[in-house]
Design a binder for this molecule. Structure first.
Ligand code: C2E
Ligand code: MG
Ligand code: MG
Ligand code: MG
Length: 292
């Protein structure tokens, strides 16, 4: 409740930022066709370890390659996909591709986890766990290399089935991540009831937390909570050197954000990794030490 109160002002800024982009309305038929035809593709954003700079994993973020509008971002169509009852189909495709891609990277010598965003609607029926298990097995990816991200704000309401599915997936060793932490409303009881592996501090509490006392308090509290509960803390929305240095000083486990890399197509990954390894040295990104 404290986090919620503290987060209200920042959360509304977030909402305003989202409205900035083009707000075109897409219809169900167009989206359905896009899912079928493979026009909705996986991009990947790296998650790196803050202590070593090593790649730890990637998060899958979908983009719609629209013939007229160009690259359309998920905020413009995921809501409609959910409303039209097509989210199971989309998530299956996204997860299937992500598993195949993870296998390709593993075979190229990159030990990384692949994260996929899961909608609450995916957790409405018990079938979902079978789909996840089957897709991972088919691609030859171990469950503990797959992270399922669920946004905190969706973890509300009557969700006995959802909790059951999450618990079962966790028992099968899939990793669970709570996304956009600090922007939801019932997080603490969820953390009590489900053994999440990872806590992603929302970008609204990361960027500029080094200079803003309120953000810093929320960031510190979220980080401490993650540590106490033995979860890996991920800072989202790391946008500049000052943000990165704060994570170094405070001992955050993982970092994700435009400072490190924007989401990219799979075939851009190798070149990014080479560049990132250079930056670690040339920019001295590992120079700032842990506080105390
Ligand atoms: P998310 O899972 O919290 O993903 C993080 C979002 O922040 C992504 O936006 C990412 O591109 C953006 N981001 C990362 N670093 C930075 C940064 O440094 N600065 C700023 N300003 N933004 C940054 P994106 O790709 O537009 O995705 C938005 C949301 O759409 C995601 O939020 C996720 O909730 C949802 N989403 C994406 N792909 C899927 C999917 O396959 N299925 C479902 N159900 N939802 C998805
Ligand atoms: Mg996510
Ligand atoms: Mg997030
Ligand atoms: Mg989000």
């Amino acid at each position: 409740a404290l986090l919620m109160l503290l987060s209200q002002s920042t959360a509304s800024n977030d909402a305003a930022a989202k409205l900035e982009g083009s707000d075109k309305a897409y219809d169900a038929q167009a989206i359905s066709a896009a899912i079928q035809s493979g026009a909705i593709v996986n991009y990947y954003q790296p998650k790196v370890r803050v202590d070593t700079g090593k790649i730890a994993g990637v998060e899958t973020l979908v983009r719609w390659q629209h013939p007229v509008d160009g690259l359309v971002y998920p905020d413009q169509f995921i809501g409609l996909v959910e409303k039209c009852g097509m989210i199971n189909e989309l998530t299956s495709k996204v997860l299937e591709q992500a598993c195949i891609q993870a296998k390709t990277w593993q075979q190229a010598g990159h030990e990384l986890k692949v994260a996929v965003n899961v909608s609450m609607d995916n957790l409405a029926s018990l079938d979902f766990q079978d789909v996840v298990v089957a897709l991972a097995a088919k691609a030859g990816i171990a469950p503990n290399k797959i992270v399922l991200e669920i946004t905190e704000s969706q973890l509300m309401g009557d969700m006995r089935v959802s909790l059951e599915i999450l618990a079962r997936l966790r028992l099968k060793r899939f990793h669970l991540s709570i996304d956009d932490f600090g922007t939801g409303h019932s997080s603490l009881s969820q953390l009590r009831d489900i053994p999440f592996d990872e806590l992603k501090i929302d970008q609204g509490f990361v960027h500029r937390a080094w200079e803003n006392e309120t953000l810093r308090a929320i960031y510190d509290t979220s980080l401490a909570l993650a540590k106490q509960l033995n979860m890996e803390a991920v800072a989202e929305g790391v946008q500049d050197r000052q943000d990165w240095d704060l994570l170094r000083r405070t001992g955050c486990n993982l970092a994700q954000g435009n400072f490190i890399a924007r989401a990219m197509p799979a075939d851009a990954f190798e070149a990014w990794l080479v560049d990132w390894q250079k930056r670690l040295v040339t920019e001295g990104l590992l120079s700032v030490q842990l506080e105390n």
